[in-house]
Write a protein that binds this ligand. Structure first.
Ligand code: HEM
Length: 386
């Protein structure tokens, strides 16, 4: 048997530390006592709370913890995208992070059921205590939106523009610690949306890398072929629609399908984003990845696109679910934060879209047989990748 004195130095030190340090306990590690002392509200005293107030405070705190995890995973995903070269392995890590965020939003949406167990009159018993506090002052929610890529000019104003910043100021007008955190997030590097765009911009189209000679021409050719196939498909649908419709309706039908063709071309050629060539190129990349998603080297990129849609969908449903809970508990009255209440919340659930272009691509995709045949397929096989 090896005596303590004969063990290698490092093991000996470890044994000595373990001998002096008390064994880890669950309550110390999780900080349970600290956690359980945080639900006392403004008076820091649970005995002063109204009947249902403990539920209200606890659920909000749980949400803020979920928001913290969302921020953590979103930053990790963003940081992987900003690398000059994003490997397949990195993409799988990004997908894992995004899928966890999706899970958090789904779980969060369920938590609103718990808030619905608070009756309207029970909530009204302590609602006045909150005024003018509101979830509108959740800086973490704003940090998440900024990390996602929501710009200030895309926000639904609660009163005047910039109200989300004003709400984070102290009563004397000085910036709160929450506002400082938000400012730090705004200053810290690209949003997930911008990082994804710069990654997408580099996607090789028809086997030719962005920046290689002839890359723009190849990309144009791909678009020309795709648009021709799309026109063909739309015309087939138009023909079917006209066959079953009365003649008086043909003009309306033609207008609809003409519009579909025109808006597809406008979107893919980037006519609406002329001052943002990166965004235009990213659209082509999304279309390419989605169209040839079965190719081995497009397997992870396509999962990334799928997980971006999933996370945004979960976020939108979360917003919707909050609005329905609010309608159920307080009806359509004015919010404690001063908004129109449910109307304001519904607007955010409809208008806030981060990956708008990715959603639009869904409108343009073609069935497999109708898609233009791929050039440079060998580039996307496993052996060809570098
Ligand atoms: C009875 C419960 C609740 C009611 C009646 C309620 C009501 C409202 C209302 C009316 C607003 C709009 C801003 C305002 O005028 O105040 C709002 C915003 C917000 N609430 Fe709630 N809420 C409740 C529970 C929760 C919970 C549990 C959370 C979880 C974190 C939450 C998070 C938020 C957030 C983040 C916003 C800002 C939304 C945005 O500006 O996009 N709320 N809430």
């Amino acid at each position: 048997m090896i005596t303590l004195a004969r063990r290698p130095v490092r093991i000996r030190i470890l044994c000595e530390i373990m001998a002096t340090k008390p064994p880890t306990t669950y309550w110390d590690y999780i900080r349970v006592e600290d956690l359980l002392n945080l639900q006392g509200g403004l008076d820091k005293d649970e005995t002063t709370l109204e009947d249902e107030e403990l539920v209200f405070i606890t659920v909000h705190q749980v949400f803020e913890l979920w928001f913290k995890l969302v921020r953590h995973d979103m930053l990790a995903a963003r940081d992987l995208f900003v690398l000059p070269k994003v490997s397949e392995q990195d993409l799988s890590r990004v997908v894992a992070r995004l899928r966890r965020i999706t899970t958090i939003f789904k779980i969060g949406a369920h938590h609103f059921e718990l808030v619905e167990t608070i009756g309207t009159r029970e909530y009204l018993a302590f609602r006045n205590k909150l005024m003018p506090a509101s979830g509108f002052q959740s800086a973490q929610m704003r940090q998440i939106e900024v990390l996602f890529g929501l710009n200030d000019d895309e926000r639904v104003a609660l009163g005047s523009p910039g109200s989300h910043i004003a709400a984070l100021k102290n009563a004397d007008g000085s910036p709160s610690s929450a506002l400082k955190r938000l400012r730090e997030t705004q200053a810290d590097g690209p949003s997930l949306r911008d990082a994804v765009r710069s990654w997408l911009e580099r996607t090789p189209i028809d086997g030719v890398r962005h920046g290689d000679s002839g890359a723009s021409k190849i990309s144009e050719d791909f678009l020309d072929d795709f648009l021709a196939s799309q026109r063909n498909e739309v015309d087939k649908a138009r023909k079917r629609a006209r066959e079953v419709a009365p003649e008086s309706d043909h003009k309306r039908i033609d207008n609809l399908y003409d519009r579909e063709i025109a808006s597809t071309e406008e979107f893919l050629r980037g006519t609406d984003v002329k001052d943002d060539p990166q965004r235009a190129r990213a659209r082509v990349a999304m279309l390419f990845i989605e169209t040839y998603r079965e190719l081995p080297l497009l397997a992870w990129p396509r999962e990334v696109l799928a997980s971006l849609i999933e996370v945004e969908q979960a976020f939108l449903i979360y917003r919707q679910r909050h609005a329905r809970m609010v309608e159920r508990v307080i009806g359509r009255r004015v919010g404690t934060g001063g908004s129109s209440g449910v109307d304001y919340l519904d607007k955010t659930a409809i208008e806030y879209r981060i990956f708008r272009d990715l959603w639009t691509i869904r409108t343009l995709l073609l069935r497999n047989e109708a898609a233009p045949s791929l050039k440079g397929a060998a580039f996307y096989s496993f052996s060809a990748g570098d």
